[in-house]
Design a protein around this ligand. Structure first.
Ligand code: B12
Length: 216
C-alpha cells in the first residue's frame, strides 16, 4: 500500500468508526516503516478532525464520536510503544507532566501531544484526563519535572489553566516549571494573558514549544 493510500484509509477508518481497521492500519504503518509522526499528522488527526466537523454539522451524534475516539485510542496504543522504542536510547530532552485539566474528559489531543513529546525524546508522565490541579504540582515536584502541559477542550475548563498558574504563584512555584497550554479553545493570546510560558495549536508544534522553553 502506498503512503497516500495508507493515510486515506486511516482517515476513513476513523470517520467510519471502524476499530479493527484502525488497528490493522496502525500495524500496517509500523510494518511499512513510514514515519509514525506523519502517520498521526496526516492520517489519524485529520480523521478525528473530520469527525469533529461532522458533529458540528449535526451529522454525527455522541455514539459516533465515542466510537471514533475509541478508534484513535486503540490505534495509538499500537503506535505509541513503537515510537517510544525508536527513541529508547536517546538522551531525555526533559521531563514533562501532562494531563487534561479537572472537569474535562477530552483526551485525544492530550494523548497525541504526549505521544509526540515522548517520540521526540521527552520523558512523559501522563496523568490522564479530569486531573485535579494539585495533582499536576505533586507529580511535577516528585519527578523534578521541567514542563507541565495542560490540555483543555471546553471554554469552561480552560479557566483551570488560568487557575493553575495562579496556584503556582501562590505556592511560590511560578517560574520553576515551564507551563504549556493547549486544546481547541486556547490561543497564543490566552497563554500570554494567563502567564503560561508556551502554547501550541497541534502536537507537532507542541514538541517545538517544549524544545523552545527547555532551551531557555
Ligand atoms: C471527540 C469529542 C468528544 C468526545 C471525547 C472523547 C475523548 N476520549 O477525548 C466525547 C464524546 C466524550 C465528548 C464529550 C463532551 N464534549 Co466534546 N468534543 C469532541 C470533538 C468532536 C473533538 C475533540 C478532539 O478530540 N479533537 C481532535 C484532537 C486531535 O484535537 P484537540 O483536542 O484540539 O488537540 C490538538 C490541539 O488542540 C493541541 N493540544 C491539545 N491539548 C494540548 C495541550 C498542550 C499543552 C498543547 C501545547 C497542545 C495541545 O494538540 C492536539 C493535537 O494536534 C470536539 C469538537 C472540536 N472541533 O474540537 C467536541 C467539543 C470539544 N466537545 C464539546 C462539548 C460541549 C462536550 C460535552 C460537554 C458534551 C455533552 N453535552 O456531554 C462533553 C464534555 C464532557 C466533559 N466534562 O469533558 C464542545 C465544547 C464547546 C465549548 N466551547 O466549550 C466541542 C467544541 C463540540 C462543539 N462544537 O460543541 N466530546
Amino acid at each position: 500500500m502506498g503512503r497516500e493510500e495508507l493515510f486515506n484509509d486511516i482517515r476513513k477508518a476513523i470517520v467510519d468508526g471502524d476499530k479493527p481497521r484502525a488497528q490493522e492500519l496502525a500495524r500496517e504503518a509500523v510494518r511499512s516503516g513510514v514515519d509514525l509522526n506523519e502517520v498521526i499528522d496526516r492520517g489519524y488527526v485529520p480523521g478525528i478532525q473530520a469527525v469533529g466537523e461532522l458533529w458540528e454539522k449535526g451529522e454525527y451524534f455522541l455514539p459516533e464520536l465515542i466510537t471514533s475516539a475509541e478508534c484513535m485510542k486503540v490505534a495509538m496504543d499500537i503506535l505509541q510503544p513503537e515510537m517510544a522504542k525508536a527513541n529508547i536510547k536517546s538522551r531525555s530532552l526533559g521531563k514533562v507532566v501532562i494531563g487534561t485539566v479537572e472537569g474535562d474528559i477530552h483526551d485525544i489531543g492530550k494523548n497525541l501531544v504526549a505521544s509526540m513529546l515522548q517520540a521526540n525524546g521527552f520523558e512523559v508522565f501522563d496523568l490522564g484526563a479530569d486531573v485535579k490541579l494539585d495533582r499536576f504540582i505533586e507529580k511535577a515536584e516528585a519527578e523534578k519535572a521541567d514542563i507541565i502541559c495542560l490540555s483543555a477542550l471546553l471554554t469552561t475548563t480552560m479557566l483551570n489553566q488560568k487557575r493553575f498558574i495562579e496556584m503556582l504563584r501562590q505556592k511560590n512555584l511560578y517560574g520553576k516549571y515551564k507551563v504549556l497550554v493547549g486544546g481547541a479553545p486556547a490561543t497564543r493570546k490566552w497563554a500570554d494573558d494567563i502567564g503560561a510560558q508556551g502554547y501550541a495549536e497541534n502536537a507537532a508544534l507542541a514538541v517545538k514549544a517544549a524544545k523552545a522553553v527547555t532551551a531557555k
